[in-house]
Design a protein around this ligand. Structure first.
Ligand SMILES: [Zn+2]
Ligand SMILES: [Zn+2]
Ligand SMILES: [Zn+2]
Length: 326
């Protein structure tokens, strides 16, 4: 596999075949007794019976060893698919679902996200660490055993790059964070707010790409999810995430969830270097949840324009009315 850059959109594309397809008839490889216990990267809690465990992905999209081998191919740019691709198994119990977790259990999963991001960011080759979760067969879930994925890449994924560019521009023009500005207005207008716990808010974004798109964001400005600010209470975020997903589950059983945090600022050269000057002020971490309500829209990434048949104001109102404990 290799990475190729589209010189027009400046997006990197992973090209090539993954090693082998998932055989759903095989015993679940995420269950503790079916998995070789070598390569464990993280276990939480660190002592006693583990709840959350991270290890390298069984069919990685990227390989951890080696240099990027970035080179020119005529006018084009290419790199070897160097990176990290990990799985976070959220419970040893095959039949438990994320929405059945206690707040404490969800908090432990969030803790694992933070620890893996912080660890992978120590590698200066990686420009970005993404955490995401594909829940349900319509979201391209690989195994039904509840899990998340972590990928560390030598490039910044396209959508994050768009966010970083816009956030930086907003900050330069107004000296304020665009995400803080958005949330302030949402809290004032109340039309698209779904819920809040402590400092954290859930809302349907103004230009939602899909019906019931929901974001979770802290009100206090912070650019790095993995480096909590003093006084931050992740249990509140866990509670809000559980409540939000339990609401969304009453609308759709499949969703994509992605955590957007700041890029790796260890990098000293390259296209991102000039972003660091204001990154701590201009970027604001958040979680995006994209439920799959319409079966037609299998892949969001290939769409050129989003057509969303549900007004975010109506989506938020509907979600507010749903029981977050159900
Ligand atoms: Zn399993
Ligand atoms: Zn902010
Ligand atoms: Zn985002």
């Amino acid at each position: 596999m290799e990475l190729r850059k589209d010189p027009i959109t400046r997006s990197w594309v992973v090209v090539g075949q993954r090693e082998r397809e998932v055989d759903r008839a095989e015993p679940c490889p995420l269950c503790p007794h079916n998995r070789l216990e070598t390569h464990v990267l993280l276990e939480l809690p660190p002592q006693g019976r583990w709840q959350v465990r991270a290890y390298p992905h069984l069919r990685p999209s990227y390989h951890i060893e080696g240099d990027t081998g970035r080179s020119a191919d005529g006018i084009f740019d290419r790199m070897d698919a160097v990176g990290a691709h990990e799985i976070i198994v959220e419970t040893p119990d095959h039949s438990r679902t994320f929405t059945q977790f206690t707040d404490e259990e969800i908090e432990r999963v969030l803790e694992a996200y933070a620890l893996r991001i912080a660890d992978l960011k120590r590698d200066p080759r990686f420009k970005y660490v993404a955490v995401f979760k594909n829940q349900g067969p319509q979201a391209g879930e690989e195994w039904p055993h509840t899990h998340s994925q972590v990928s560390a890449t030598t490039f910044v994924p396209r959508r994050i790059l768009y966010e970083l560019r816009s956030a930086r521009e907003w900050y330069r023009e107004r000296d304020r964070c665009v995400f803080c500005d958005i949330l302030r207005q949402e809290v004032r207008q109340k039309k698209r707010i779904v819920d809040s716990v402590g400092d954290y808010y859930a809302f349907c974004p103004y230009a939602s790409r899909v019906p019931f798109e929901t974001w979770l964001i802290p009100r206090t400005h912070a650019h790095q999810f993995e480096a909590p600010s003093p006084g931050e209470n992740r249990r509140h975020l866990a509670a809000l995430l559980g409540r939000t997903l339990r609401r969304l589950l009453q609308i759709s059983s499949s969703y994509h969830m992605v955590l957007h945090t700041a890029p790796n600022t260890l990098q000293t050269k390259g296209e991102l270097s000039d972003y660091w000057a204001t990154i701590a002020g201009d970027y604001h971490w958040h979680i995006e949840i994209l439920p799959i309500v319409e079966t037609r829209s299998k892949s969001y990434s290939i769409k050129e324009v989003y057509f969303n048949g549900t007004l975010p104001e109506h989506a938020a109102e509907r979600l507010r009315q749903l029981d977050p404990e159900k």
